[in-house]
Write a protein that binds this ligand. Structure first.
Ligand code: PLP
Length: 423
């Protein structure tokens, strides 16, 4: 493996600070370093009277020269924030605003360094995987998972998967399944946990969350354990028994071998789907995390170049607005109304499916009875009922209540019942 002297320098420092983190890095993670190239040099020249560094068209005084139609549309926004490049690690104001949000959610977040900005949550996951997941490694994941992990880990990184049933016999999260699946693997392991879950709509109880954390700590007794916390649906919780907390916080400062990574962002939490701002937080000691941020910056340079500045600015304004918490609560209640309607609609007994326990997020998952093919049912729903749902793994239908009016929920369930009844 060719290692640039700058990368070797980062790795040498990491070895001194947190050798377990160095050990856990993938070959790409080991090679990564933020180069002293154009963004670095432009950053250093930021305060100069004459700055002939960056290829960014300005009036010579640091202001953009926008084109009129764009400027008209973005009237009211500070032109520099709307039109100029963001720093590679993300805008300081955006990182601080997100960090403050995490600390407000859980004081344990105060110990982590500012998160790196990514181009959405999927990009945060992909960067986390690039840093730690060596092609051919195995991802430990419950059997009900967001299908796009297959692109990130299997397709892109040639990963294997070790799955365990998501639910235990009591309908709770299968903590023992996680324990056994980790125990069956030797050496470095990767565990991905996504709560509230897509597709199951399940968020663990506080006790389950702590039990999951304990299992991960136990698994890290004598080898690196990288934990990817996908918190895309954070905060969308509808039952008092479901924890609104991220697993990430329960993993901080628990073991030198445990490397918790938090992937989250504005997509669902700020209902800003096209904004494409995500965050990658490193739950290791600050000096080691600073090196990981540097390595993440090199991945940004290698892929998207620089994160979107405009939507970071809009995000900052939303988070700093005193109405933000109330606004999120308003959104959560709209979702809760739909959730309750769906719970009620699915409570009637039916021979055609069983419903997996759900209490949070945007979805619920039903398992069709023996003899029904989810893909055939899905297509019949489109053809016969003008109803769209997602089929998964041949047996399941995922219902996205987040995108339905309350009035459409009962008809959705009736349509599925009609189609299944005909088969
Ligand atoms: C579980 C989960 N993680 C990550 C994402 C990706 O979020 P983003 O659109 O910000 O990339 C999604 C989006 O559907 C998701 O369901």
């Amino acid at each position: 493996m060719r290692l640039h002297p700058e990368a070797a320098e980062r790795n040498e420092r990491l070895k001194g600070i947190a050798p377990q983190v160095l050990d856990a890095l993938s070959p790409l993670g080991k090679r990564a370093f933020f180069p002293k190239g154009i963004p670095f040099q432009a950053g250093q020249a930021g305060g100069c009277a004459i700055n002939a560094t960056i290829g960014q068209i300005t009036d010579g005084a640091g202001n953009p020269i926008p084109l009129a139609p764009l400027a008209e549309k973005l009237k009211g926004l500070p032109p520099k924030d709307a039109f100029l490049y963001s720093p590679i690690q993300g805008r300081e104001r955006a990182r601080k605003a997100w960090h403050a949000k995490l600390v407000a959610e859980d004081a344990r977040a105060a110990s982590i360094v500012l998160p790196s900005v990514t181009a959405g949550i999927c990009n945060a996951l992909s960067m986390a995987a690039d840093l730690f997941f060596t092609p051919g490694d195995t991802l430990t994941i419950p059997d009900l998972y967001w299908d796009n992990y297959e692109q990130v880990f299997d397709m892109r990184l040639e990963g294997e998967r070790a799955t365990y049933p998501f639910y235990n016999a009591e309908g709770g999260f299968n903590v023992e399944g996680l324990r056994a699946t980790l125990a069956a693997q030797k050496g470095k392991v990767h565990a991905l946990l996504n709560f509230p879950s897509n597709p199951s709509g399940y968020s663990p109880t506080p006790a389950e969350l702590e039990a999951i954390a304990d299992v991960l700590v136990e698994a890290a007794k004598d080898r690196p354990v990288v934990v990817y916390c996908d918190d895309a649906y954070h905060g969308l919780v509808f039952e008092p028994t479901a924890t609104p907390k991220s697993l990430f916080y329960s993993l901080l400062n628990r073991s030198e071998n445990l490397i918790p990574l938090k992937c989250d962002g504005i997509t669902k939490e700020l209902s800003f789907f096209g904004g494409r701002v995500g965050f990658l937080s490193f739950g290791v000691k600050a000096e080691a995390a600073a090196i990981l941020v540097d390595k993440a910056m090199s991945l940004v340079r290698a892929t998207i170049g620089s994160p979107v500045g405009l939507s970071q600015y809009l995000m900052e304004e939303e988070l700093l607005d005193p109405r933000h918490n109330d606004e999120f609560e308003r959104l959560r209640r709209v979702m809760e109304g739909r959730y309750r309607k769906l719970k009620a609609a699915l409570s009637a007994p039916t021979p055609h499916w069983t419903v997996f326990p759900f209490n949070a997020g945007c979805f619920c998952l039903i398992e069709l009875r023996e003899g029904l093919d989810a893909e055939v049912v899905r297509q019949a729903l489109i053809q016969d009922e003008s109803v769209g749902v997602v089929s998964q793994q041949g047996r399941y239908l995922r219902l996205a209540f987040c995108s339905l009016k309350e009035e459409a929920i009962e008809p959705l369930v009736q349509a599925i019942a009609r189609v299944c009844g005909k088969m």
